[in-house]
Design a protein around this ligand. Structure first.
Ligand code: AMP
Length: 282
């Protein structure tokens, strides 16, 4: 595996491979890699000849300094995992490399309309603005044929899909399914911060989403949502930020089961000191 820390070195390598007719697949991450990340890399290796993975904890997308500071960083282990999983290139830049002063001035604040307003947009101020800035910058650097992202961050990939449309990028977005632990908890870099008893209770998040899905012919959607919220709120140490059932394309709230064929339930909770998100297509 090649490891590049500068934009120049990365771009020289990619240009060479592109000239050889190779397709470039890109998997952006914030590191602390787990099987969920590696599943994206696997699909990238199946669909393209050159897989580029980036590890960059983007300060612009954290609204809480503490969350940024406490974000797990396990670079040595990440490098080993990427090597074992046949990653062609790891891009490991510094903040100054991704956002040098000259670039800062040119960063655009995109208007994603309603897509960036509810859920994560409402609870994490500036998050999607920071996320879109880093994704646009990384896409400009890598110019991948395909971009691989996880359904785990549902609103995020919906916004990135819009970003690609707005900016006319020639990149195809490939969305990969959520990888879960045996008890259903969606894999996340943040899971390692859960205390032992919190980790056990965390399984109830996906179990509640599954329960919600099964209510289609049992309860009205509104009643099912209310009951699911109560279930989550009664779990020790858990506080619910939101549980919303939305149209999978527009992210507008859905009020009954027959509204659309793309219904997604999205949830965010705090469990102890850790914020967790999950979603399920209903
Ligand atoms: P992150 O490092 O959290 O920024 O995530 C990098 C990419 O991995 C994003 O596209 C995520 O949606 C994706 N990802 C994170 N967790 C999972 C998971 N459990 N299953 C599949 N993809 C995931």
């Amino acid at each position: 595996m090649y490891i590049f820390k500068t934009v120049n070195d990365l771009q020289n390598f990619i240009a060479l491979k592109r000239n050889e007719g190779k397709q470039i697949g890109f998997v952006p991450t914030m590191g602390a890699l787990h099987q969920g990340h590696l599943s994206l890399l696997k699909v990238a290796n199946q669909q393209t000849q050159i897989s580029v993975c980036s590890i960059f904890v983007n300060p612009k997308q954290f609204d809480e300094a503490e969350d940024f500071d406490k974000y797990p960083r396990t670079t040595t282990q990440d490098i080993q995992l990427l090597e074992e999983n046949n990653c062609t290139v790891l891009f490991l830049p510094t903040v100054a490399e991704v956002f040098p002063p000259a670039i800062e001035q040119d960063l655009v604040q995109y208007d994603f309309g309603y897509l960036a307003k509810p859920m994560e947009g409402a609870y994490r101020k500036g998050h999607f603005d920071g996320m879109a800035k880093v994704v646009k910058r990384l896409l400009d650097i890598v110019l991948p044929d395909k971009l691989f992202m996880g359904q785990k961050d549902y609103q995020q990939f919906t916004i990135v899909r819009r970003l690609i449309e707005i900016t006319n990028l020639q990149t195809q977005l490939v969305v990969c399914p959520i990888l879960r632990e045996a008890d259903g908890l969606a894999m996340s870099s943040r899971n390692v911060r859960l205390l032992t008893d919190e980790r056990i209770r965390a399984a109830e998040i996906s179990q509640t989403l599954k329960w919600l899905k099964l209510q289609r012919n049992q309860l009205t959607l509104n009643d099912a949502i209310t009951k699911a919220k109560t279930k989550l709120n009664t779990i020790t140490g858990m506080s619910l930020e939101y549980l919303e059932v939305v149209n999978g394309r527009t992210l507008t709230p859905i009020t009954n089961w027959t509204n659309t064929d793309a219904i997604v339930a999205c949830v965010a909770v705090r469990l102890g000191a850790v914020r967790l998100i999950d979603n399920m297509i209903l």
